[in-house]
Structures are given as C-alpha cells and as structure tokens.
Design a binder for this molecule. Structure first.
Ligand SMILES: [Cu+2]
Length: 497
C-alpha cells in the first residue's frame, strides 16, 4: 500500500514538473525568450554572490568551531621537541594557502556576477600578456621556494638520525595484523639481533637470535613507557603488510614496511600527567569519561597518549592501538625494574635455549642481588633464617664443586666477612635415589666442601659448621626429575647473630 502511494506521489510530482515547464514556456513566448534568459542570468549572478558570502562565512565558522579537535590547535599541542616545528610549518603553509584560497574564491564568484550577460557589453579579446604571466609565475615561485626551503630544514631536523655515541633510548615496534610487538633493550641498552627465519609463532614472535647475549635482557611490554626529556629512537618493522607507526601527540608518523626497517627519533617534552593538566582547561574535556557514570572521573583524567596504526591494513586495523605513557625518570626506572626479560621467562631452559646448563652474567647479577636481600632479611628476622644457595652445583654423585658455583660462594663469603659476628650452618641435602647411608655421607661431604671453599675465601672457621641431612628433608616430591633436582640442594642457616 505504502509502495503504491509512493509511486503515485512520484507520478504526480513528475506531472507537476512537466506542467510547470509548460507554463514557463508559454510565458516565455508571451514575454519573449531573450528577456527571460537575461532575467535568469541576473538571478544566477546574484546567487553566485550569495553563495560566495555564505561559503566564506561557513569556512571561517567551521575552522573556528572545530579548532579544538585539530592537532596543533586548542588542547592538542605537540608533546615532543620537534612537534612545535612541524606545527609551525603547517601554520605557515595554511597561512599562504589560506590567502590564495580566499582570493581565488572571491575572484571566481565575483567575476561570475560582474561579467554576467549584458547585451550592451562587448568582451575584450587578448591572446597573450607577458606581464601577467610573469606575475603569476614569479609570485607563486617565491612563496613555494620559501615553503620548500623551510620544509626541508624542518625535515632535516626531524629525520636526523642519532649519533650512536649520544645518550638515547632505542626501542623497537613491529607491526603485524593486527597488533604491535614492542621490544625494549633491557639493562644493556642494546636490542639483540633478529632473523626472520627464527620467527616461531607463540614462542619467538620476533625471531630473536637467542645465541646473541644482547637478547637475554630484552623485554616485550604491552605498552610504551618513556621518560620525559630523553631522546628516543624507535626502530619500526612490519611482519606482513604495510603499517604505519603513528604517535599523533608527538607528531611522529612513519611507515612500517615489511623487509625494510625504518626509524623515527623524538624527544617527549610533556609527561602524561602534564598533558592531562593542559586538557583540563577545556570544557569538552571536563565531561565524565563514562557517560553512564556521571560521578566518575572526567575525560581529561583518563587521557592517555596512544600509538595507532595509520595505514588501513585490514579489517582489524582499528585494534592496533597501544597506550603510550610519558613519565618522570624515576617512575621510568621503577617501571623498568618491574619488567621481565622475554628470554628468561619464556625461553630459558627450554629446548630453544642455547645456554642450558650455563649461568648467564645477567642471572649471576640477579642472583647476587637476591642473595644479599635474602641474607639481610634473614638477619633482621623479616625473612626466613634458612636460605637456599640456588647457584651452588656439584659434579654428579660427588662433592666436587662445579666451577660456576664460585659466583654464589664468593658473594656469600663477602657477606659473611662483612657480618663477622654471624654464625651459620651449611646444610647438604640429597634426593631419595640411591642408598640412604651413601646419601647421608654425600650430603655431609658436600656441605663440608662448601665450608672449605668459604674458608679459602677468608671466612672464619669459628663461624661455620657443616651438616649433612641426607634425604631426610625434601622440599619437593622425589617422584619427578624436577622435584629431585630441587631436593638436591645446599642451604645456609643463620645460627646466631
Ligand atoms: Cu596496521
């Protein structure tokens, strides 16, 4: 029914249009075609003027109305050192193109009005004007030279690579459909080498070469955290298609190209907290972040810098968002200390680990720190008084110390010498395999050999006792190889202090 009515309306409208046409045709015949044409041209000329004014007013109004949502204006100031340069070059370009835009539009519509049909006017005809050509060639050339030279200058500042000697932080972003893998270099400040042939989904997502020790401390955080005021170099890669590494607030934008590493350097100048404070001034940022919770935090409080992909890379493109946090140097260091190396937490002692059975420098350092903490908390009584000497190893079935035990024992010797009033017991433990009596003897011998080592390092014999516990105090089940390995251990017990 509705369809039928709609069709009828369309037919009726068509009839009306045809009838109107006939009426104007008839009136034209009465008044003369020429006069009607002239009137039409006058009217169109007038409309041109109206349009000109309305259009320019609209342009100025919309630029004013939307100024606070554009980068570089209102609350969206640059948060990086080079950002202000980029914004200023955009402004200079906008200034010149704005002048041209307004003048050409005025000329276009004003001329259409001024030179509308007039039967008493004859068109001037000229085929060539050298003067005019010089003017419209020279003026744009001068303006363009100015813009291009300034632009090149800014480009050179923005794209200059860091001097390797210069202090900077290098991180890496690898785009894929549809996320970014972020990699930090860890304590050594150096990103380990990669090889695409080593990429194993879920195991080695970036193809890091584990034989390269620079990879040992690299970590993969889920957000980018950077200290304010430090130069950052981002290595940008892609694993599949073109992506684009875009940090709008820092005016950083660079393609991520498969097979062709790119980079970008920037220095953040405002922390996230500072940027929030500057947003707070604007009414549109003072509304509740969650409209269903009017008493909740306001939008400016929830603001985060972000990393986006600026290349339409597929249907999950929108999900390539990562939070970027700019913090003080102190907060940055705290955050760094909470991060875990990808290798140590995912690869160490698996089939992919090339260093099984070896102690890595990093582990020795970490263990030294840990042992110091355990020892001091045992002394203050906050922690357990028994410490498992994790990195003391013996030759299989013997009480001979393995060479790599020296790191832990040297460290322990230093601790005991620094606390010469502390008396300790060294306890040997075995697993349950083999003869009980033999295990008892082995554990006693092992404890004794640790004691002997500590004595050679200058620890007073009066402070040391060695005791074998055999297989009597397991800490894990003896049913599994891992459990048995945990039970074969040397412990340090604080006797008196
Ligand atoms: Cu993408």
């Amino acid at each position: 029914m509705i369809g039928l009515v709609a069709i009828l309306i369309v037919i009726l409208l068509a009839v009306i249009v045809v009838q109107l046409g006939r009426v104007s045709e008839l009136s034209a015949k009465i008044r003369g075609e020429q006069e009607v044409e002239l009137q039409k041209n006058n009217r169109t000329g007038f409309y041109m003027l109206v349009f000109l004014v309305a259009f320019l007013v609209f342009c100025v109004y919309s630029a004013y109305a939307y100024k606070d949502v554009m980068l570089g204006y209102g609350p969206h100031g640059a948060a990086s050192e080079h950002g202000a340069e980029l914004d200023s070059i955009f402004n200079v370009t906008l200034f010149f193109t704005g002048i041209v835009f307004v003048l050409t539009h005025i000329a276009l519509f004003w001329f259409s009005y001024k030179y509308r049909q007039d039967n008493n006017r004859k068109a001037t005809f000229f085929s060539h004007s050298t003067k005019l050509e010089i003017i419209w060639t020279v003026i744009p050339s001068i303006v363009l030279i100015f813009l291009v030279v300034r632009g090149l200058n800014v480009w050179n500042i923005v794209m200059a690579d860091v001097d390797p000697e210069e202090e900077h932080i290098e991180i890496e972003a690898t785009g894929y459909q549809f996320a970014w893998d972020i990699r930090y270099p860890g304590a050594d400040g150096k990103l380990g080498t990669k090889n695409f042939r080593l990429i194993k989904p879920g195991v080695n997502p970036l193809g890091q070469d584990w034989t390269d020790l620079k990879n040992v401390d690299d970590f993969h955080p889920d957000k980018i955290v950077l200290p304010v005021g430090k130069k950052v170099r981002v290595r940008i890669n892609s694993k599949d298609v073109l992506h684009n590494f875009y940090l709008p607030h820092f005016r950083v934008k660079m393609d991520a190209v498969p097979g062709l590493p790119t980079y970008f350097i920037f220095t953040p100048t405002k922390t996230t907290a500072e940027y929030r404070q500057s947003l707070k001034e604007y009414p549109e940022w003072q509304v509740p972040a969650d409209p269903t919770d009017p008493s909740g935090p306001e939008m400016w409080e929830e603001f985060q810098y972000e990393l986006a992909c600026a290349e339409l890379c597929g249907k999950g493109h929108y999900s390539m968002r990562r939070i970027v946090e700019i913090v003080s140097q102190e907060e940055y260091e705290n955050w760094l200390s909470e991060q875990n190396s990808y290798y140590l937490s995912n690869i160490r002692n698996t089939a992919d680990d090339p260093f099984i059975g070896q102690l890595l420098d990093q582990e020795i350092l970490m263990r030294d720190k840990e042992l110091k903490e355990e020892f001091s908390s045992a002394l203050t009584g906050e922690g357990a008084t028994t410490i498992n000497l994790k990195n003391v190893f013996f030759q299989s079935g013997s009480s001979l110390l393995q060479d790599q035990s020296k790191f832990e024992l040297n460290n322990l010797a230093a601790l005991l010498q620094a606390n010469s009033n502390v008396k300790v017991e060294l306890g040997g433990h075995t697993d349950s395999q083999g003869d009980d009596g033999a295990n008892q003897i082995l554990s006693q011998d092992r404890a004794q050999s640790v004691l002997n080592f500590l004595r050679t390092k200058g620890v007073s014999a009066a402070n040391l006792t060695a005791r074998g516990y055999g297989e009597n105090s397991p800490i894990e089940t003896n049913e599994t190889p891992e459990g048995r390995q945990a039970n074969r251990r040397t412990e340090l017990k604080i006797i008196s202090k």
